[in-house]
Design a protein around this ligand. Structure first.
Ligand code: ADP
Ligand code: UDP
Length: 330
C-alpha cells in the first residue's frame, strides 16, 4: 500500500507527459523549421553566388566580345538587359527545385534511432486497425506485478491473443541480422525504454500476422502486455495502430515485485532479473510509465486490480472487472 501511495505521489510530482510530449513536438518542429530555413538560406546563397558569378562571366564574355568588335567602339549599354532574363529563369528553377526537395523530405520516414525523429509530429493518419474489428486491452503494472501470469490465464479461458512487448523485443534482439539487437539489449539491461518506433512496429506486425492467419475475417482481441510504458508510445500506437478500449492495471507494492523478480531470476535467464536492473526498472516505471496510467485514468479507461494476493485471487478479481466492463460474455 505504501508503495502505491509512493507511486501516486511521485506520479503527481512528475510533469504531465502531455506537456513533455508537446514540448518535444514543439522543439522538434522548431528544429525542422530551423533546418528548413537553413536549407533555404543555403540554397538562396548558392543560387545567388552561382547567378552572380555566371552574371560576371556573362558580362566578361560580353565585354571581351565587344572589345574585339572591329572598330573598337564600346557595345551599346542595353545588351545587358537581354542577358538578364535567363538569370531570372535560373533563380525560378533553383527555387522550384528546393521546394521539390523539401516536399520529398516531408514524405521520408523518420530514423528510428533518433530521439527527435521519434517525437517528430507524424502526419495525421488513420489507425491501421479499426476498433470495431479489433479490441485492444493494454495490460500495465510494475515489473513483476504479474501481468504475464494473468494474461496467460485470460488467453486460456477467453481466447485473447497475448502480445508481450518485452517478449517481442527480446525476440528482435536475438534475431540474427537485426539492426536493433544491441540497442534493445542495452535498453533492457538498463531498464530503459526502447525507442517507440521499434516497439510499435513489432506490435503492429504481430497483430497483422495474427489477424491475417486467423479465420475471424480480420477481427481479433489483443492483450498488449507491458506496453505502453511511455507517453510517446501510447500516442503513436493509438494514432497509427489502434485505439485501446481499456487498460488493465496490476497494482503491487515494490517490495513484493522485487521478491517475485528475484525468484523469477533464478530460472528466467533474463539479463534484467537481477538486483541492479530491477532497481532501474522500478525507477523507470515510477517516472515514465506511471504517467501513462494516470493519463488513461483521466480518460476513464483504467481498471485497477490489486495484484498483491496469490495468482488465483488476482485472476478472480480480473474476471470480475472485465465482466463489469464488457458484460458476462466477454
Ligand atoms: N499473484 C502472484 N503472487 C505471487 N507470485 C506471482 C503472482 N503473479 C505472478 N507471480 C510470479 O511472479 C513472477 C513475475 O510474474 P510475471 O507474470 O512474469 O510478471 P510481469 O509480467 O508483470 O513481469 C513470476 O515468477 C510469477 O510466477
Ligand atoms: O514497450 C516496451 C516494453 C518493454 N521494454 C523493455 O523491455 C523490458 C522488459 O519488459 P517486460 O514487459 O518483458 O518485463 P517486466 O519489466 O514487465 O517484467 C523493459 O524493462 C524495457 O527495457 C521497452 O523498452 N518497451
Amino acid at each position: 500500500m505504501a508503495s502505491r501511495q509512493a507511486f501516486r505521489s511521485l506520479a503527481a510530482s512528475t510533469p504531465s507527459s502531455y506537456t513533455t510530449t508537446s514540448t518535444t513536438l514543439r522543439a522538434a518542429s522548431a528544429a525542422s523549421r530551423r533546418c528548413a530555413s537553413t536549407l533555404q538560406n543555403t540554397t538562396t546563397r548558392r543560387s545567388t553566388q552561382w547567378t552572380s558569378s555566371t552574371f560576371q562571366q556573362g558580362q566578361g564574355r560580353s565585354n571581351k566580345r565587344s572589345y574585339s568588335t572591329p572598330g573598337g567602339s564600346p557595345p551599346p549599354r542595353d545588351t545587358n538587359k537581354i542577358s538578364f532574363w535567363p538569370f531570372v529563369a535560373l533563380i525560378a528553377l533553383t527555387s522550384g527545385g528546393y521546394m521539390l526537395l523539401v516536399n520529398r523530405r516531408k514524405d521520408m520516414p523518420p530514423n528510428p534511432t533518433s530521439s527527435s525523429a521519434a517525437a517528430a509530429p507524424a502526419p495525421s493518419t488513420t489507425p491501421a486497425f479499426s476498433p470495431s474489428d479489433v479490441t485492444v486491452i493494454f495490460v500495465l503494472g510494475g515489473p513483476g506485478a504479474g501481468k504475464g501470469t494473468q494474461c496467460a490465464r485470460l488467453v486460456r479461458d477467453y481466447g485473447f491473443t497475448h502480445l508481450s512487448a518485452g517478449d517481442l523485443l527480446r525476440a528482435e534482439q536475438d534475431r540474427p541480422g537485426s539492426q536493433y539487437g544491441q540497442l534493445i539489449r542495452d535498453c533492457i539491461k538498463n531498464g530503459a525504454i526502447v525507442p517507440m518506433e521499434v516497439t510499435v512496429a513489432l506490435l503492429e506486425n504481430a497483430m497483422r500476422d495474427t489477424l491475417s492467419s486467423s479465420k475471424t475475417g480480420g477481427k481479433g482481441r489483443f492483450l498488449i502486455d507491458g506496453f505502453p510504458r511511455k507517453m510517446d508510445q501510447a500516442v503513436k500506437f493509438e494514432e497509427v495502430v489502434c485505439p485501446a478500449k481499456m487498460v488493465l492495471f496490476y497494482d503491487c507494492p515494490e517490495q513484493e515485485m522485487e521478491k517475485r523478480l528475484l525468484e523469477r531470476g533464478k530460472t528466467s535467464g533474463r539479463e534484467d532479473d537481477n538486483a541492479e536492473s530491477i532497481r532501474k526498472r522500478f525507477r523507470t516505471f515510477v517516472e515514465t510509465s506511471m504517467p501513462v496510467v494516470d493519463h488513461y485514468e483521466r480518460e476513464g479507461k483504467v481498471v485497477k486490480v490489486d495484484s498483491t494476493p496469490g495468482p488465483d485471487k488476482v485472476y478472480e478479481e480480473t474476471r470480475k472487472q472485465l465482466r463489469r466492463v464488457f458484460g458476462d460474455k466477454f
